[in-house]
Design a protein around this ligand. Structure first.
Ligand SMILES: [Zn+2]
Length: 194
């Protein structure tokens, strides 16, 4: 079915009226615009339980750069909704990560992805082969974004008071498995084991 037909078919099935569902999100998930995995259907996040911000490469810039969409989503989630968790979820085979590693053509993307581009220089020194570099950069970008969450005073404060926990995840787009950053050990490990 064509995309627009699929949307129209769903519209026909939608009932008139109905109740507004309750909204008590416990988490803000920051993910990539990549359309291959869906947080609700594929990750099993129940509807209404997590706010979701998606941008290219799940990137969080430092507060002083004044990226308004990121800042607004963080303020809304933490200050107004009082979420208990923020998860930055990068993913494998990310076009944003590839663009930073392999060269960026568009100016606006170059500006936006500049921090990942900077990280990629170190990754290129540390790892041989494009696949290994990409894998490492996916992880480094998530770590960078989690650290940048702490450039917001109210996030640092909430974390210090135990009201908020920050998570760094890399979603394997092939398997749907999430690898979690253990910040103390500085390594990624599967969220669950077989
Ligand atoms: Zn991506």
């Amino acid at each position: 079915m064509e995309l627009m037909d699929a949307i129209a078919a769903r519209q026909k099935a939608a009932a008139e009226g109905g109740e507004v569902p309750a909204h008590h999100p416990e988490m803000l998930l920051i993910g990539c615009v990549d359309a291959r995995k869906d947080p609700i259907d594929d990750l099993g996040i129940p509807k209404g339980s997590s706010l979701i911000l998606r941008n290219v490469a799940a990137l969080v810039h430092p507060e002083h750069e004044k990226r308004l969409t990121e800042s607004a989503a963080l303020a809304f989630a933490v200050r107004h909704m009082g979420v208990k968790h923020i998860a930055v979820m990068g993913h494998t085979d990310c076009g944003g990560i590839r663009a930073a590693l392999e060269g960026i053509s568009s100016y606006s993307l170059r500006d936006y992805l500049q921090p990942i581009y900077s990280l990629s220089e170190q990754v290129r020194e540390d790892e041989d082969g494009l696949a290994a570099q990409r894998h490492m950069l996916e992880q480094e970008a998530v770590k960078y974004s989690v650290r940048n969450l702490r450039s917001y005073d109210y996030i640092t404060e909430a974390e210090a008071e135990g009201r908020l926990t920050l998570h760094g995840w890399v979603l394997d787009i092939a398997t749907g498995r999430i690898h979690v950053w253990d910040e103390t050990a500085d390594r990624f490990a599967p969220m669950v084991h077989d």
